[in-house]
Design a protein around this ligand. Structure first.
Ligand SMILES: C[S@@+](CC[C@H](N)C(=O)[O-])C[C@H]1O[C@@H](n2cnc3c(N)ncnc32)[C@H](O)[C@@H]1O
Length: 210
């Protein structure tokens, strides 16, 4: 391959990575799913997808589903988008936006079959608790964005935050808590791999919309 061909190939790769990021046409109206994915398919959302190990593995494993990740840090969004381009995952896109706003105000109601929330920032200091993702308002937004029978899968290493989450989900209307037995070889998130390597316990909750 000559220099020009290498340069063209690189340009194509960069364009493909750019396309992997979903930039809404209008942040102040609800989007239609057809604006995000050309092909209709069950949608799974990964809120705070971080460096993307989980969403990338899920998108590769389930090509018949669509995956949308949210992430607020630009460097992480760009990294995951490059990986999407590298692996040609047409069923996976990343949105650089705050998670609550995305599920409450941007996505259409009833659009998601599963919402994954893995290792949300625990904000351990008392004066920072108001920054935590899990609130009553967030639970209402999750209920709204899920399709009937849709599920929320939550994981955290942080026991005090898990206790907080359990209090919030116990008073949320329209969900039932169900057992979660993870399949052998199920994809792990980046943080999960880190905590598992240190033999730290992982706390989980699985909710079903009723
Ligand atoms: C602790 S990391 C976990 C990342 C990934 N889920 C994992 O398990 O490896 C939390 C991620 O969520 C992102 N994040 C935190 N709050 C967010 C919010 N409100 N909206 C979007 N992303 C958020 C952070 O930037 C970070 O990448």
């Amino acid at each position: 391959m000559n220099r020009e061909q290498i340069s063209q190939q690189h340009e194509a790769f960069l364009a493909s990575a750019e396309r992997a990021q979903w930039v809404p046409a209008d942040y102040f109206r609800r989007a239609a799913l057809s604006e995000i994915f050309l092909r209709p398919a069950p949608l799974e959302i990964d809120l705070g997808c971080g460096d993307g190990a989980f969403i990338l593995a899920m998108a590769a494993r389930f090509p018949d589903r669509n995956f949308l990740g949210t992430e607020r840090l630009l460097g992480r969004v760009e990294k995951v988008c490059r990986a999407i381009a590298r692996h040609a995952l047409a069923n996976c896109r990343i949105l650089r936006l705050e998670s609550l706003y995305t599920v409450r105000s941007l996505l259409p109601p009833g659009c998601a079959s599963v919402v994954h929330i893995a290792f949300p920032d625990p904000w351990p200091k008392r004066q920072h608790h108001e920054r935590r993702l899990f609130t009553d308002e967030f639970m209402l937004a999750l209920h709204q964005v899920l399709a009937p029978g849709g599920e929320v899968l939550i994981k955290t290493d942080d026991k005090p935050y898990f206790d907080w989450i359990e209090r919030i989900i116990s008073r949320a209307q329209g969900f039932t808590r169900i057992e979660w037995i993870e399949e052998e070889g199920w994809p792990k998130t980046d943080f999960e791999k880190h905590f598992l390597a240190q033999s730290m316990p992982i706390h989980r909750a699985r909710l079903k919309k009723i």
